[in-house]
Design a protein around this ligand. Structure first.
Ligand code: EPZ
Length: 422
């Protein structure tokens, strides 16, 4: 097992370029199944979860060529297997997208329950309800979901929660249904919009993505296309927090500032300087901090609220704030596993139900800590970068799932970080 050895205390400085969005890339790779021709997908992040989802498509018979790690040319015409095994599906949450795409393209999907970070129960009932609303028969038994329909029909669907996965999965199946589907209380995340734009590039007819009402007029056929993934909102936010937490001066390039409003606002509330610019070809944000942050309160909410995926790195930053911060996690019922690890580094956090009370301390101290999930791992990296002394961060396979070239990017910003393969 590999681990990171990080000597903290160095202010990050320089420029980091953000990679393609994990949470857009995963559904878009699956969405290529809906086309009757090859799709060329660009700006893919070179991360474990992308490798795993490509393995799933290849195992079903699709041809996937990668001339470079950031490009995938996916030809779904060889697919003969409409089943995703437990062994494959359990490797990541996004395997559930094979339900909507296989059902939409072939009228049949046999998909094992997905895996994903241990941050709560994470059911897929909204996905199943959506498929049933479109006319599919869905059996949810023995750890598998079997969905079938010889004629999907458009429907008016209301989501109890603006679920990212359910919104995207329903869009996939509805693209090939007869007639119009309306998704009410739809998720509005940037990656939902990116998937809708990708599908429209394939000839789908989707309107309203980015609002809470999405309308899809089904199409008989979808054609191949070339599409470039948007920059990763969460990777960008993580580097923003790391720059602030180390009292650095970092330019974060290749971002879409509008996607980062919530994190920018919170960092500025803490006293961090956030400025926006463009160098003619791409937008960047500049993060500067040189004093101890002020405390602030965080409530995670669906987009455009504060992203749940940045709650954990932000909590690391707030451990040394002046005053008490209250961090409320509204999306997942078990997303505070990083707290135990931060307290080992000298933080003073107590969890009361959905709220973590972060009492600011002067500093964190290096320690041996463990990543309990992807974004908890990111939180450990931020904490180790800002701590006095050296830390060891274990279970970094979680981090490999969602952060491309982390060692190289942080080293280029001046961090004292070493990846050790045991
Ligand atoms: C996606 O997960 C992301 N994963 C998560 O990012 C992200 O935290 C989450 O959206 C929220 O933004 C991917 O895109 C692969 P949801 P997803 O459906 O689709 C409940 C990361 O670190 N719910 O919006 O699973 C669910 O339990 C990962 O990159 C149901 O009850 O999130 C949760 O409490 C972690 N029934 C809430 O809704 C359902 O059928 C939001 O879940 C679906 C969801």
């Amino acid at each position: 097992m590999a681990y990171y050895r990080i000597k903290g205390g160095t202010p990050l400085s320089g420029t980091v370029s953000i990679s393609g969005s994990k949470n857009a890339a995963l559904p878009i790779i699956c969405g290529a199944v809906l086309a009757g021709e090859p799709c060329r997908i660009e700006n893919l992040p070179d991360i474990e979860d992308v490798h795993r989802i490509i393995e799933i498509l290849s195992a079903m018979g699709a041809t996937v060529e990668q001339p470079t790690p950031d490009v995938a040319i996916i030809d779904p015409r060889g697919i003969r297997e409409y089943k995703v095994s437990t062994e494959m599906a359990s490797k990541l949450r996004a395997s559930y997208y094979m339900m909507g795409t296989l059902l939409g393209r072939y009228g049949y999907a046999y998909v094992a329950q997905p895996g994903g970070c241990p941050i709560g129960e994470r059911p897929i009932n909204y996905h199943i309800d959506g498929m049933r609303a479109l006319g599919a028969e869905v059996i949810d038994r023995g750890g598998f979901v079997i969905a079938s329909s010889d004629h999907l029909r458009g429907a008016d669907i209301y989501l109890d929660m603006p679920s990212v996965g359910a919104t995207i999965n329903i869009m996939f199946a509805a693209c090939r249904a007869d007639g119009r589907t309306t998704i009410n209380n739809a998720a509005r995340e940037p990656h939902v919009v990116d998937v809708a734009n990708f599908l429209n590039t394939m000839g789908a007819n989707i309107r309203g993505a980015g609002t809470d009402v999405i309308r899809i007029n089904g199409r008989k056929e979808l054609h191949g296309c070339t599409y470039a993934i948007i920059p990763d909102q969460i990777e960008a936010g993580t580097y923003m927090v790391a720059a602030a937490a180390t009292k650095g001066d970092v330019i974060i390039s290749n971002v879409i500032p509008a996607h980062l409003e919530a994190i920018s606002a919170k960092l500025m509330e803490c006293g961090v300087e956030v400025s926006e610019g463009d160098n003619g070809s791409e937008f960047f944000l500049r993060i500067r901090a040189n004093e101890r942050p002020r405390a602030c309160n965080i409530r995670t909410l669906p987009y455009p609220g504060f992203p749940t995926d940045l709650q954990q790195p932000m909590t690391s930053f707030l451990t040394v704030a002046i005053g008490n911060s209250f961090v409320t996690e509204n999306l997942f019922e078990d997303r505070f596993n990083h707290v135990r690890e931060l307290n080992r580094m000298g933080a003073r956090i107590t969890v009361n139900g959905r709220t973590a009370i972060v009492a600011g301390v002067d500093k964190l101290y290096g320690a041996e800590v463990s990543s309990t999930d992807l974004r908890a791992g990111a939180a450990m990296i931020v904490a180790a970068l800002m701590a006095e002394g050296t830390s060891v961060v274990r279970n970094i396979h979680y981090i490999d799932r969602g952060y491309e070239h982390l060692t190289e990017k942080l080293t280029a910003l001046g961090a004292n970080i070493e990846r050790v393969e045991e």
